[in-house]
Design a protein around this ligand. Structure first.
Ligand SMILES: Cc1ncc(COP(=O)(O)O)c(C=O)c1O
Length: 382
């Protein structure tokens, strides 16, 4: 069997409408990069394209320092290591499990605090209640790219002189009052995973206003190597390759258009679903320039069926929605025994995990298909 036979095998069955589809640049845009990589022979180790993508991201995202890494999970881990965090880190249970995994793998201990019912982001009040002398950092997540209460969290971090790290996995292009969301806190880590607004297939980056911190992260991402003869810290291999950086560079010219298409689809969802009893929307405040990463709806008790019934109903119609985030991190065995994982303490996060459903949203979502989705969600009993 030849390679071309292999690539023409039937793909595995998928729902006819996926919850998301990766954005890809035209293949021909990538070819010059590939030719260049093939002729230079430089595949990794901080090559030309990694440096160029860092420079272009600084301009596009309006941030002073960027370190590209293999993915967001390792970016968080490296940020914690670079900041010397080995004690307790207050974080959200309403996130992708990678946020908490990174804390544990950095040698620190996650302490979970509840979320705000309106934004589903870490509640500053809950954070303040969890702070002790053992707390060494806060890791807050801007869920769906909707900014946390950055002022209140910063005030807590300042009061206790601890770093405030943002898991900004969902935040490509998000701005608050004209300022990049990645510019807040001690540092922010973004994901360039296939499902994100901007992807390098897999990838991520750490942003900060501190060039030394970015340099330390770059070094730790290269196994702590300072030069041929010097290694002072234990790092790991979390470098981005030239190929992935090239994919990012080829994609960057298209991303503003892709975000605009997402936002048009968000508006159509909001219009089509307005007035449906028992549905609530998590939308950014007016001073936020959003990226339309996800369209989460909250299915409340007044809606005619439960969230899970709606999920199944859509599935029966070939539409894949996502219960994101469900279950919460503290429902997973590695985190279930954390003293902060008690049922009472995380009541808002638990409720959110049972009621949130993300509807399909990606730039190429056909508007007729979107209307069909809206119709099902508006009339789930029909
Ligand atoms: C909130 C959040 N944090 C971290 C990650 C991990 O990102 P990556 O897959 O790039 O490691 C994700 C991935 O979806 C995420 O949603």
């Amino acid at each position: 069997m030849s390679f071309s036979d292999l690539i023409h095998l039937d793909p595995p069955p998928v729902a006819s409408v996926p919850v998301t589809r990766p954005s890809l640049p035209p293949l021909e845009d990538l070819l010059p990069y590939l030719q260049d990589i093939w002729s230079s022979g430089q595949l990794t180790n901080g090559g030309f394209y990694v440096n160029r993508l860092e420079e272009e991201l600084k301009v596009y995202l309006d941030v002073p320092n960027v370190s590209l890494v293999t993915n967001c999970t390792l970016g968080i881990l490296l940020a914690l290591r670079a900041l010397g965090i080995t004690g307790e880190v207050i974080t959200s249970p309403y996130t992708f499990v990678g946020s908490a995994n990174a804390i544990v793998l950095a040698g620190a201990t996650p302490v979970f605090a509840d979320i705000d019912p309106m934004t589903l982001n870490l509640s500053p009040k809950a954070v303040a209640e969890q702070i002790t002398e053992r707390t060494q950092a806060i890791l807050a997540v801007h869920c769906y790219g909707i900014p946390c209460d950055v002022e209140a969290l910063q005030a807590i971090a300042d009061r206790h002189s601890i770093p405030l790290i943002y898991d900004a996995a969902h935040c490509f292009g998000v701005k608050v009052g004209g300022r990049s969301i990645l510019d807040y806190g001690t540092c922010s880590i973004i994901s360039f995973h296939a499902t994100k607004v901007f992807n390098t297939f897999e990838g991520g980056a750490v942003f900060s206003s501190n060039p030394q911190l970015n340099q330390a992260i770059r070094r730790l991402a290269n196994n702590g190597i300072i030069d041929e003869e010097k290694v002072n810290d234990v790092g790991l291999n979390a470098k981005m390759s030239e190929l992935r950086a090239a994919i990012g560079l080829a994609q960057l010219p298209y991303v503003s258009d892709e975000i605009a298409k997402r936002l048009t689809l968000v508006d159509a969802y909001l219009e089509g679903l307005s007035g449906v009893r028992g549905l609530r929307f998590i939308q950014p405040p007016p001073n936020v320039a959003h990226n339309g990463y996800m369209f989460p709806i909250i299915v409340e008790a007044e809606y005619p069926i439960t969230r899970d019934m709606l999920y199944e109903n859509l599935k029966k119609n070939g539409i894949s929605a996502r219960r994101y985030f469900y279950p919460i991190v503290t429902d997973f065995p590695p985190f279930a025994d954390a003293p902060s994982a008690g049922l009472e303490a995380l009541a808002v996060a638990r409720r959110a995990a049972k009621s949130v459903l993300c509807l399909p949203l990606f730039p190429s979502l056909d508007s007729a298909v979107q209307k069909h989705i809206i119709e099902i969600v508006r009339n789930p009993l029909r």
